[in-house]
Every structure is written in C-alpha cells, then in structure tokens.
Design a protein around this ligand. Structure first.
Ligand SMILES: [Zn+2]
Length: 143
C-alpha cells in the first residue's frame, strides 16, 4: 500500500475571494512589512542589550579570567535566546517574501492566506486549513 506523498495535491479549492493583487491586500501587506521590520529591530536591540550587560557582570570576578566567564555567559545567553532567534529568522523570511512577491501564499496548497490571518500572525506560511490539518496530524502522531 504505497501511500502517496501528500503535498501540493489540489485537495481543496482556494477560497473564492481572488484578491491577490487587490490594492487593499497589497496595502495591508505593506503595513505588515512595517510591523515586521519594527519587530526585527526590537528583537535585535534586545539581544544586543542582553549581551552588552554581560561583561559588567563578569567584572565581579577580576582574577578569574573574565574573558572566559564572559564567553560562557555569552553562549548561555545565545542559547537562552534560541526562541527569539527562530522568530527572527521567520521574520526575515517573511520580509524577504514580501519583497519578492511570494508572501501570503500557503506553502502547502498554494492558496492565498487570508489577510486577517496574516495580520494576526504575520510569520505564518500556511493557510488556516493546512495549519489545522497539520496540527491534527501532529496530535495523532503524538498519541
Ligand atoms: Zn493551504
């Protein structure tokens, strides 16, 4: 029983509201882009601020090779910030997609992702139908 690899099979028709190039959608995507750029700045600044506070803490141990201590703290902080780094990557990918015109298209079915969903969750790469399906499959796998 060869289970066909699922992926881009046209299992569902895209929602009928074909507004792909509508001005409204474009305008709202540009708003999203602005928000993404701001979010990226905020994350970068936070990460930098976190790293910059470390050497001072290390200065409490002047004789114990502060550089080594600082390096240790630094790698710890970087690991701690893995979540933010992942988000940062997603944000950068989303901005890239906006710039090359592929933003807002579901990676699984190729349908347009609803603008409201994009506004609520700008880094999403799947339409709500595919996301729901994926989550259900993950649930099944976890059992
Ligand atoms: Zn989809």
């Amino acid at each position: 029983m060869a289970a066909k690899k699922k992926g881009a099979k046209p299992r569902k028709r895209c929602k009928e509201d074909k507004q792909q190039s509508s001005e409204d959608r474009q305008r709202r995507i540009l708003e999203i882009r602005k928000r993404l750029v701001e979010e990226r700045e905020r994350l970068l600044q936070e990460a930098e601020a976190a790293l910059n506070t470390l050497p001072e803490e290390g200065a409490a141990f002047p004789d114990m090779g502060d550089q080594a201590t600082a390096d240790l703290d630094r790698s710890f902080m970087l690991r701690l910030r893995g979540r933010e780094q992942k988000l940062l990557k997603k944000i950068e990918l989303a901005i890239e997609k906006i710039d090359n015109g592929t933003y807002g298209i579901c990676e699984v079915c190729g349908c347009e992702i609803g603008i409201k969903r994009l506004e609520a969750r700008p880094v999403t790469t799947m339409c709500i139908d595919c996301k729901t399906e994926q989550e259900e499959e993950e649930k099944l796998r976890e059992v």
